[in-house]
Design a protein around this ligand. Structure first.
Ligand code: SF4
Length: 266
């Protein structure tokens, strides 16, 4: 028999989330134990968290008590997205996290910076790029006249810390992809800067060397994107800081070009 999850997946309404407290209440009545097991294995689950009732002014219909309502990620607003990420169990990374780290900054920024995933310090503090690499990133932003939180939003490919700071797997990046895409849709940045190979691979969909991707204006779903080194890599490879500076200058020039093109159209 086709399950609800299969139907929702078929309709493109995935990943989906489940209010865990409700699930647990339902389980005590009827649900088989293996349902929770399957959620922990990263299968789509469903949620009624923060989702308007079907008859609410936002659209929808009255929600019967105990009946969860599906909300696709691509329709979530910021509070719903925050809650969904905080409670997500779609990949194994949820098991070792202290908290999920959605991102930080200006939610209407022109600049979107995308890194790899939270480290131990980020996991503890709930903010991306707060350790040594974060300080370097702040300095890099400052060098081009930007500051964290002001016309800049910082996010990661995966929202939960990979244990031991390992590289997130392709499957983990894929499981988390809808969240990052929704962030991009909500922010609508004018330029994306992908930091490091993992972010470049996620955004460009190919496994090329970072060197081969630099100094090119790429495109992610219609948004110009540039690639440079991850600050954590730069901390270990100081000579490459000069290349990162070149990349940032390229990004600034690209942004200026975009602004010029927009002015010319008006
Ligand atoms: S990394 Fe992303 S997909 Fe995996 S559990 Fe965390 S929020 Fe969910």
């Amino acid at each position: 028999m086709t399950s609800r999850h299969d139907i929702f997946a078929e309709l493109g309404l995935s990943p989906l989330w489940l209010d865990r407290s409700r699930l647990e209440r339902q389980q005590t009545v009827a649900a088989p134990a293996q349902d929770l097991e399957s959620n922990a294995k990263g299968k789509p689950v469903e949620s009624d968290i923060g989702v308007p009732d079907d008859n609410s002014p936002q659209g929808g219909g009255a929600k019967a008590p105990g009946v969860s309502v599906v909300q696709p990620v691509e329709k979530m607003d910021w509070p719903q997205l925050r809650q969904a990420v905080a409670e997500c169990t779609a990949c194994v990374l949820y098991k070792k996290r202290r908290q999920a780290v959605l991102g930080v900054g200006d939610e209407q920024a022109d600049w979107l910076i995308i890194g790899e995933g939270p480290g131990a310090e980020e996991d503890a503090r709930g903010e991306p790029f707060v350790g040594q690499a974060g300080k370097l990133l702040d300095n890099m932003l400052s060098a081009i006249g930007l500051a964290r939180g002001s016309n800049v939003y910082i996010a990661n490919v995966v929202k939960c810390r990979p244990p031991g700071n390992r590289t997130p797997s392709l499957e983990e990046a894929e499981a988390c992809a809808a969240y990052l895409d929704r962030q991009i849709d909500l922010i609508q940045p004018r330029l994306i800067v992908a930091l490091g190979k993992v972010a470049a691979r996620r955004m460009l969909g190919r496994d090329a060397t970072l060197a081969s991707l630099r100094k090119t204006l790429h495109d992610y779903r219609g948004i110009p994107l540039v690639v440079t080194y991850h600050p954590a890599y730069l901390l270990r490879n100081l000579p490459d800081k000069a290349k990162a500076w070149e990349d940032l200058c390229f990004a600034v020039d690209s942004m200026s070009g975009l602004a010029g093109a927009q002015d010319a159209q008006q």
